[in-house]
Design a protein around this ligand. Structure first.
Ligand code: SF4
Ligand code: SF4
Length: 220
C-alpha cells in the first residue's frame, strides 16, 4: 500500500527489484531545490506544487527514456472515477493541508465533512482506522477528487497496474493484498515528497505527516 509507514519498505522493494536506482535520489534533490526556492519566494503552498511538478515531470522523463531504449511499460490502470485508493489512510504535511485549504472556501460543506471525519478518526487506533476503510471526505460521489489540482503528493503517487487488485486490497481489513505498482509515477512522486519534506525542514517549517482530515482540520 502507499502509506508513509511502509515508505522505506516500498522504496527498498523497488530498488531491490532493480526498478528504481539512481533516479530516486536525484529526483528528491531536484524537488528539494524547487520546493526550497518556492518557499523563499511564494510560500509553502507553492512549494508543494513545485515538488509535485518535479515528481510528475521526472516520471514522464523516465518513461520517455525507457521508450527510446525500446523498453515498454504497461500503462497504469488509474482513471477518472476510480477511487478505491481514496479509502486508505492519506498522510500529508501542513504545507499540503494549506494548499488543499485554498480549494475549500468559507461556507463550503466539505469543510464540515472534513472536520466530522477527523472527529470520527481521532479516537481510533491505527488498526481501527484501517478496518474503518472510511473514504476521504474530499471524494465526490462520482469517485472523482474534489480538490484534484491541490491533492496531496501521496495521492499523486498512487499508481497501479490493476484496479481490481486495488479494490480487493481495500476489501481486506488487514491492509493486505498485492497491488502491482506502476513504478515510475509512484517512485518519482514519493521522491518528490521526500524532497518537499527536506525543504520544509531546512526552512524550519513543520514537516510532520498527519492524516489528511486531522491536518486539514487544523487550518480550516
Ligand atoms: S491506484 Fe488503484 S484505485 Fe487508485 S486510481 Fe489507480 S487503479 Fe484506481
Ligand atoms: S485528496 Fe482526493 S485523491 Fe486524495 S484521497 Fe482524498 S479524494 Fe482521493
Amino acid at each position: 500500500m502507499y502509506s508513509e509507514v511502509l515508505e522505506d519498505d516500498f522504496l527498498e522493494t523497488l530498488f531491490t527489484k532493480g526498478l528504481v536506482r539512481r533516479p530516486f535520489e536525484s529526483i528528491a534533490t531536484a524537488a528539494e531545490k524547487a520546493a526550497g526556492d518556492a518557499l523563499t519566494t511564494d510560500g509553502p503552498t507553492a512549494a508543494v506544487l513545485r515538488a509535485a511538478e518535479v515528481g510528475s515531470r521526472s516520471a514522464a522523463d523516465i518513461v520517455r527514456v525507457r521508450l527510446a531504449a525500446g523498453r515498454w511499460d504497461p500503462p497504469a490502470a488509474c482513471a477518472r472515477g476510480c477511487a478505491h485508493c481514496c479509502a486508505q489512510r492519506v498522510d500529508i504535511t501542513p504545507a499540503e493541508a494549506a494548499l488543499i485549504a485554498t480549494a475549500l472556501p468559507e461556507g463550503d460543506p466539505r469543510r464540515e465533512r472534513v472536520k466530522a471525519r477527523a472527529g470520527q478518526l481521532s479516537p481510533m487506533s491505527q488498526e481501527e482506522r484501517l478496518r474503518a476503510r472510511a473514504p476521504c471526505a474530499l471524494l465526490h460521489e462520482d469517485g472523482t477528487c474534489s480538490v484534484y489540482a491541490a491533492r496531496p503528493l501521496v495521492c499523486r503517487a498512487a499508481s497501479s497496474l490493476d484496479a481490481t487488485a486495488c479494490a480487493r486490497a481495500m476489501e481486506t481489513t488487514e491492509g493486505g493484498g498485492e497491488i502491482p505498482i506502476e513504478p515510475w509515477s509512484s517512485a518519482s512522486m514519493r521522491a518528490a515528497h521526500v524532497g518537499l519534506r527536506r525543504a520544509l525542514v531546512s526552512a524550519r517549517l513543520p514537516s510532520t505527516l498527519e492524516d489528511i482530515h486531522e491536518a486539514l482540520s487544523r487550518v480550516l
